[in-house]
Design a protein around this ligand. Structure first.
Ligand code: 6PG
Length: 473
């Protein structure tokens, strides 16, 4: 048994196993435990030469005994009650100074609660957001760390060592105390939902509106991946568009049911945005689109009752250059909203989130990694609090591509192709440049029925009314 391990890991599912291998490969001996012992045996059997840095254990007691204090034990178990159960089971076995690290996709409010609950207990607790799927966990994820300076001192080196690197910069950093790491990961996933949704909307325009086959769609994504949209999600969109169904021999995309799954992180982003009263309509639209996609029978019924949509676009109305430009604008708007939410949360919770660092650690390893994030990091370094739409090159991207976004949304609307995320982005953008909006009507209505009051444009005193003195009252 290798008792030089300071680290332990519980949960050898896909992500846990990959993370344990990554840690072992980076020279950190680690003891591992999985509830089903055969999973541990299979994991060690498949670990090859890394097995030398991996200590298999068959009980929580054995796991704890295999780690030299002060211990740091990573939980890679399903988010939710299982995390609480693991903490409860581990707590009596741990000593002062031992640290439990939740590396799952926890809701940040749970992480805040668990951090508070650890006060005065035998263990210390921190939550980290890990992005990058299995490949990232194995070879370098992006890691959004929640914790205090002492916790960072204990595990920062190891987390930076196992993280993805942008050049030689590690994509792992301290975000702030308590739930800050999981909050940033949650917003990352909200942006992920929106990015994926907007790509799916351009796919719908190409497939249904322009009559492209999957090969042409794949070629288009591949070309876009050479330009400002270069990103992991565009890259894999090209790959999935090219892939063949082993059963039918046709394109696999044509064989997949159009109902999106979700584990909840995107929904949490929308919920938290509402609590913070921050506007992230592109992300919200993406969550709604997933919800709606799952209503397969209702959509079929709608087609029967009202007539099926969509229709084909008039020949030549849209081209792939226009679509690319529309997606560039949509992407800028979506990230601007996501970063705005982080800025507002940072102020509200007094987290002092390192805005440029967030963009930097998203440049590699995570699902939303993209070339544009490098420019975002630069813009946020210059002005961490300003909305990204007011920073170059994003201001210029919007000026240049706004017309294309409008054209794509109008074309889609006319043809009955649902583009909720692109349309929500455009509408937000229009609102953001409307000095005289329509909320004066809402204020008048509120005052009419509830005497809620309003401010006058000329700054003069405005008691109430005049509704109740008039016929309207
Ligand atoms: C990541 C992913 C990862 C996972 C999501 C998928 O950053 O590595 O976001 O966390 O793929 O949980 O979420 P949905 O199942 O909600 O799409």
């Amino acid at each position: 048994m290798n008792n030089a391990a300071h680290f332990g890991l519980i949960g050898l599912g896909t992500m846990g196993a990959a993370l344990a291998m990554n840690i072992a490969e980076n020279g950190y001996p680690i003891a591992v435990y999985n509830r089903t012992a055969s999973v541990t045996d299979d994991f060690i059997a498949g670990a090859g030469e890394l097995a030398g840095n991996l200590t298999p254990t068959k009980s929580l007691e054995a796991l704890v005994a295999a780690i030299t204090p002060p211990r740091a034990i990573i939980l890679m178990v399903p988010a939710g009650p299982v995390v609480d159960q693991q903490i409860e089971a581990l707590a009596p076995l741990l000593d002062q100074g031992d640290l439990i690290i939740d590396a799952g996709n926890a809701n940040y409010t749970d992480t805040e609660r668990r951090t508070a609950e650890s006060q005065g207990k035998s263990y210390d607790f921190m939550g980290i957001g890990v992005s990058g799927g299995e490949e990232g966990a194995r070879h370098g994820p992006s890691i959004m760390i929640g914790g205090d300076a002492a916790q960072w001192d204990r595990v920062g080196d190891m987390l930076q060592a196992i993280s993805a690197k942008y050049g030689d910069e590690p994509c792992a950093a301290l975000m702030g105390p308590g739930g800050a790491g999981h909050f940033v990961k949650m917003v990352h996933n909200g942006i992920e939902y929106a990015d994926m949704q907007m790509i799916a909307e351009t796919y719908a325009l190409m497939r249904d509106g322009m009559g492209f086959d999957t090969t042409r769609i794949a070629e288009t994504f591949e070309r876009w991946n050479e330009g400002p949209l270069a990103s992991y999600l565009i890259e894999i969109s090209g790959k999935v568009s090219r892939a063949t169904d082993p059963i039918s021999g046709g394109p696999i995309l044509d064989a997949i049911l159009d109902a999106a799954g979700q584990k909840g992180t995107g929904r949490w982003t929308a919920i938290e945005a509402q609590k913070l009263a921050v506007a992230i309509p592109v992300i919200e639209a993406a969550v709604v689109a997933r919800n709606l996609s799952a209503q397969v029978d209702a959509r079929k019924h709608g087609a029967d009752v009202f007539g099926a949509m969509p229709e084909k676009l008039p020949e030549g109305l849209l081209d792939t250059e226009t679509l690319e430009a529309a997606l560039i604008a949509g992407k800028v708007l979506c990230y601007a909203q996501g970063f705005d939410m982080l800025t507002r949360a940072s102020q509200e919770f007094e987290w002092h989130l390192p805005m440029p660092v967030i963009a930097k650690i998203w440049r590699e390893g995570c699902i939303i990694r993209s070339d544009m994030l490098n420019d975002m990091a630069a813009a946020l370094t210059e002005n961490p609090r300003d909305n990204l739409i007011f920073a170059n090159p994003f201001t210029e991207y919007l000026k240049k591509n706004e017309a294309a976004l409008r054209k794509a949304v109008i074309a889609a609307t006319n043809a009955g192709i649902a583009v909720p995320a692109l349309a929500a982005g455009l509408s937000w953008f229009d609102a953001m440049r409307t000095p005289r909006g329509s909320a004066n009507m809402i204020q008048a209505q509120r005052d009419f029925f509830g005497a809620h009051g309003y401010q006058r444009l000329d700054g003069k005193d405005a008691p109430h009314g005049p509704w109740w003195d008039t016929q309207a009252g």
